[in-house]
Write a new protein. Structure first.
Length: 151
């Protein structure tokens, strides 16, 4: 009977009854600990990547601002070029008009066929007025400086 009571006592003891539950609990704790460690590692990596991404974004913003400034300067240079072209076109038109006037007023190669009139003075109309600017003045009108043109 002692033996039966010991066997029954061993079988019904708390440690024997909870042994399987303890093993399951330990296994579950190990898995949870591993998942927590993995999550912590991933979180650290994400934080490091976040810092790197912020650095890249900051540099991209700086480059974007520099590009915007460059585009603004290009727009100013384009206006300058258009103004210089307009001035050139006016000067070229005046030169062309003067050449036509001079050409039409010169005597032909067959001058012996025409009467000699030494008192005749051909009329040359004055050229059209053209605003010609000095380089610093022209650059300053467009928000540029001579230092900018050296870049």
């Amino acid at each position: 009977m002692d033996q039966v009571s010991r066997e029954l006592s061993d079988h019904l003891s708390i440690s024997n009854a909870t042994r399987n539950m303890e093993k399951e609990w330990d296994g579950s704790l190990m898995q949870t600990s591993k998942r927590i460690a993995d999550t912590a590692d991933k979180t650290i990596k994400l934080q490091e990547e976040h810092v790197q991404i912020e650095d890249v974004l900051s540099k991209l913003r700086e480059k974007g601002e520099a590009l915007e400034q460059t585009f603004a300067e290009i727009d100013q240079v384009e206006k300058l070029v258009q103004q210089v072209k307009a001035t050139y076109d006016k000067v070229a038109e005046s030169v062309s008009d003067m050449e036509k006037t001079v050409h039409s007023s010169t005597s032909s190669n067959f001058s012996f066929l025409q009467k000699q009139n030494s008192a005749f003075q051909p009329y040359f109309p004055p050229p059209l007025p053209v605003d010609i600017y000095s380089t610093p003045e022209l650059l300053s009108q467009h928000g540029l400086s001579s230092n900018d043109s050296e870049k």
